[in-house]
Design a protein around this ligand. Structure first.
Ligand code: SF4
Length: 341
């Protein structure tokens, strides 16, 4: 892998789901959950995937990890193909098992992924054994080390998931992922279910681990306030598409897509007394099973014009590393967010 190869490369990733349209009708529609997204993440960096609930960001995270099978596109990790619909590559069985060691996930609700009958020591050691990193006593020893690294003392090793608080359980979830020494972790809303007081502790832990183990994160969140402090670059998703991607600084200070601007106009700022343009989105969020023609955002966009209703905008470069899908970004670009990075 050359020094300039991104750790993760996602190209035109697509995941559709067929759905029935009524209890009695035999009609079928397609939910375009992920509709051709592309981005890269450099080693040791964090890419934030943001958008409203139902925009497809969690499905994207799972499709990248092959936890749900993508329909089209390509995913590579450290220059090695994990999935490629053009060449027909789909890792399965032992090959997928090996690849999965390098690509882990932290869930929003770690409790759901922990076996209530297993102590947390066993839960972490189980993954270590499955991936043959160590066996028996060695696996337990390694599990203890990783749990300690994540802030869970060895005295808790034999305790069960229900004996821990939400924040502690998330530490266990992180330890389970970390124990396999992955290069890449998808963190799917990892702090959304936690008390505000605990959220910062978990983010600090993730930052420390990133430093210590050179981890690369895909951080999925609906909360731009969190993404602002945690991510190096950001992609904004709307109805299965990435509408704008760029560095944290460019996205927060100079967003050009009307949807990004609307989301940012609602983020609290340091000087709330300064006048800001608050953009209130009107109109219903369209169903992902019945996407509008043209730009998918046109039913709610305050700048929508004739072309927006008929033609899907292609991706254009605003500046290096800053891309947008909007017909009118040159006219809408001058928007003050009141946020300084
Ligand atoms: Fe709005 Fe048109 Fe741009 Fe879509 S393409 S975001 S409708 S201005």
């Amino acid at each position: 892998m050359s020094e300039n190869t991104p750790l993760l490369r996602v190209e035109n990733l697509v995941k559709y789901y067929p759905v029935r349209t009524g209890i009695f009708s035999a009609g079928r529609r397609t939910v375009k959950a992920v509709n051709g997204i592309s981005f890269t993440i450099d080693r040791g960096k964090t890419f934030g995937l943001v958008g409203e609930s139902g925009c497809g960001k969690s499905t994207a995270g799972r499709a990248i990890l092959n936890l749900v099978e993508p329909d089209r596109g390509a995913v590579s990790l450290a220059g090695r193909d994990i999935y490629n619909s053009e060449t027909g590559l789909r890792l399965r069985g032992a090959a997928m098992h090996r690849a999965r060691r390098d690509m882990q996930i932290i869930f929003q609700d770690p409790y759901a992924s922990l076996d209530p009958r297993m102590s947390i020591g066993q839960a972490v050691a189980e993954g270590i054994e499955k991936h043959r990193l160590a066996r028996g006593k060695g696996a337990l020893e390694l599990a203890g080390e990783v749990l300690e690294k994540c802030g869970i003392g060895r005295e808790s090793f034999l305790r069960y998931p229900h004996e821990f608080s939400g924040g502690q359980r998330q530490r266990v979830g992180i330890a389970r992922a970390l124990a396999l020494k992955p290069a890449f972790i998808v963190a799917d809303e990892p702090i959304a279910a936690l008390d505000v007081s605990v959220q910062a502790q978990i983010l600090n832990l993730m930052s420390e681990l990133q430093e210590d183990y050179d981890l690369t994160y895909l951080f999925i969140s609906h909360d731009l306030g969190v993404v602002r402090y945690f991510c190096d670059s950001i992609g904004v998703m709307y109805l299965g598409r990435l509408v704008e991607t760029g560095s944290r600084k460019h996205l927060f200070e100079e967003p050009v897509h009307p949807y990004t601007q609307a989301l940012l106009s609602a983020v609290p700022v340091e000087k709330p007394w300064e006048k800001r343009n608050r953009i209130k989105l009107t109109g219903e969020l369209p169903s992902p099973a019945d996407l509008p023609r043209g730009c998918v955002f046109h039913t709610r966009c305050p700048h929508a014009g004739e072309i927006c209703r008929t033609e899907t905008p292609g991706e254009e470069q605003v500046r290096e590393g800053h891309r947008v899908s909007c017909h009118r970004w040159r006219e809408t670009g001058n928007f003050a967010t009141g946020i300084n990075i």
